[in-house]
Every structure is written in C-alpha cells, then in structure tokens.
Design a protein around this ligand. Sequence first.
Ligand SMILES: [Zn+2]
Length: 396
Amino acid sequence: MLFPSWQGGLLMEPVRRGDSGPAAAEVRATLASLGLVPAGPHGEGSSADSVLFDAACELAIREFQQQRGLTVDGVVGAETWSALVAARWRLGDRLLTRSVTEPMAGDDVETLQERLIEMGYDVGRPDGVFGASTERALQQFQREVGLLPDGGFGPGTMRALRQLGRKVVGGRPQLLRETALLRHAGPALVGKHVIIDPGHGGQDRGVVVPEGLLEWSEAELAWDLASRLEGRLSALGVHTDLSRGRDTWFSDADRAKFANAAGADVLVSLHIDGHRNPEASGIATYYFGTQSGASSTVGERLAGLVHREIVARTGLVDGRTHPKTWEILRRTQMPAVRVECGYLTSPVDRARLIEPAFRDTIAEAILVAVQRVFLPVEVDFKTGTMDMRELRSRLG
Ligand SMILES: [Zn+2]
C-alpha cells in the first residue's frame, strides 16, 4: 500500500502549494522517488509545521503534468495523482498480467511495451496500459525464447528480456530476429547463400611485407583464402558469391549493400593483420557490437565458432573475439564475421600463411563453423573434430 493513511491509496482532497500533513508528505516523497525534487524530508521552513508541498514541488508537478499531457495547474488532483503512481513503477517491481476489469497501468508497462517494439513485436502504441495486444506480443516473445507463453510478466520473462533485450537497446531492432530467421532457415547447408568477402583488392593491397625477392600482400592471400573457402562451400551445395573480383576493390559499405541485396544468410570477411611490432601474432575475429552492449547474437556465435575452429586446428595465438561497429559488420543485415587470420608482419605467422596447406586448414575451419552456426545446439559437434569428408557424409 502506498499511503496507509488514505484508504486504498485514494486521494481524498487535492494537494496544492502551502499544504502540509500526510497527503502532502506522500506527494513530496513520490516526487523525490521520481527524482523530480531533491530527496530529503524538508520543504520550506525548518520547524515541525514546515510546508511540505512548496514552490519546488509545485514547479515539479507543473513540469510533470506538461510532460504527461495533463492539465497544467500545479495541483495534485485525482488524475495527476494516478499518473504519479503509475510513473513510480519500474519494470520488474511487480508482476504484470492482463486484467479485463481493471487493466494494469504504469511506466513499467510502457517500458515493457517499448522493449517488445524494439525487438520487433507488435504491441500497437506504447500507452502504458497492459491490454490484449501487449499480452499477445508477450506470449509470442515467451514462445520464441522457450518460456511458457502465459502472457504474464514475471521473473522468468524478466530474465529472458534482460538477456536478449540488452542486446537490442540502442542497436538494430532486427538483431534479435536473426536468431528466429536462422532457425527458420534450417540446418542444411544446401541452398544457403554465403558471401565471402576478401578484404582490400585492386590498388589497396592491405598489409604488404617484402621478403627477399618476393612480396606478400594481404589482398592476394585473402583472395586465395576466399577461393579455397568458396570451393569447399560450393562442393556442399552452398550458393556463394565473392564481394570483389581478383583485382577489383569496393568500399566496405558497398560490399555490405551487395550482401544485403543478395539476401545472403551469412557473410565471412577475410583479412590478415599487420603490425609494426613483428612480435604481434595470432588470430582475432570480430562481430557487430557496440560499447553500450548492442550486438548481433548470431554474429557473435558465428565469430566464436570460426574463432575456436581456427585456433583448434592451427594453434595460432588466440587473439579472441571482439565486438566492432565496422561498416562491413554494421551495415550487413545478416550475421557477419570478420576474421584477421594471423599477422603477415609476424615471421612465425607468415611462414605458415604462405603455405597453401595452411590456408586449406583455415578454409576448412571456417566451413565447419559456417555449418555449425546453422545447427541446433543439440546436434552440434565438438570444436576441431569434424572434417570435410565427414561433414559431407553427415549431410548425406
Ligand atoms: Zn585488412
């Protein structure tokens, strides 16, 4: 109960400037809890009969009324009071369910509605009232994350929303939907569309390292890796496209646009790193993600799989998986991974990268990772265990 002194939380008389007593105290406390007036027990004056609903409270109420589309009079009547009470609720403070006779209302309901909309569910206008469309959207969400679709908002649903919702706030609303789309696409590789994106190209040779009479370039090695991966994917019935020709160059934005127009299921971007320090070595993978925590769930999984398969098969130094907002990751509408397959500037990595057999191993690792991202977790296999022949026989 919010204010025991008023039966059932009903406001008997309007509270206005100059008022003291329990009602004014309650209004002031509510304003303080909303951060609209400074916290603390005192209003104007310092004695026991100090004015609790003072000028600061009146101003705060006026601003609140204006913000909420109420009559701006600075007086707390029944309408303003119920709006204040509704504004106190934070998502997770209480259980939310649909009631036909007395619909639940509050800022927590509005937050829930906004989160559902961000994730692509249809709740209509976020009005802060828990109605039929909110219930339906919540049931759909619960079904998609494997919860009992009771249409009520409790701790389990809160947890699921936290885990998934965090990833979409401030990010691309379609990110969460990637999971659903991927599930819908099914586990078979046959008929999937994969864009292979060899970095750089044309005049842009990427990292270039001279070695004796030879000169190694990232662009050429990335192209070679891409061809090896393309051959393997095609052999398994995957529709593949390269984002550039052998000697041509496109911006990353254009490459992303190309992948989007093709309606591809996955994009794999291939690069080889370079650093002034020849000691720098190892493999790192990147997926779309921002500082605030918005990220591509499937992209992260794909990057993790590619990463682990390569590390397990090559023993390259583990440079981990990282979120980035690079164009090729940000502008693509499908799960995308960028792999930096070792450092061309590292004598250790370079000695391996220039071996065709080593590049075959990397291509195979990526192929297996791409297959794994389409598999439901139950039938997934262990990292570094599957080879191309086995994969083929499994796919029948
Ligand atoms: Zn590069």
